[in-house]
Design a protein around this ligand. Sequence first.
Ligand code: IDP
Length: 151
Amino acid sequence: MQRTFIMVKPDGVNRGLIGEIIKRFEQKGFALLNAELMTIDRSKAEYHYMEHQEKPFFGELVDFITSGPVFAMVWEGENIIEVSRLMIGKTSPTEAMPGTIRGDFAFCKEENVIHGSDSLQSAEREIENFFGLLKRHRLEDDFPFEDRKSV
Ligand code: IDP
């Protein structure tokens, strides 16, 4: 069982896409472990996007992700990192296939609705950045995934 960090970006929150995105992950059979609507500061955003710090669009990316509330989530499921990346679709709208979240809703690569971790290591780092170590385990401890499936 894997865990990943999924975030509805400010454009997605603004366009009312939180429910649609949660619906798709629930329908796929994944379990929501934690979620919070939050506005992040520049240091959290810079840490989140640290692998892009040398890119020319880094400043713009940090401006955008701190421009309004994001909906940060932790999801769990089998092979969720790879599967969620397929559900999200490619970064650029000219490459994101219809049926994917970006393929259906995004129209530019600067503002593309949703973020999903691309590896186990980034998932761990991103979950800790947004939820911290303690909070990360809170919901799962209260209500394990195995129990939820039989509800
Ligand atoms: P990903 O979100 O599909 O994993 P990454 O390559 O990790 O894509 O890029 C992170 C984010 O940076 C993208 O989701 C997009 O919002 C933004 N981004 C990527 N390329 C550009 C660009 O050329 N200009 C502006 N923003 C970009």
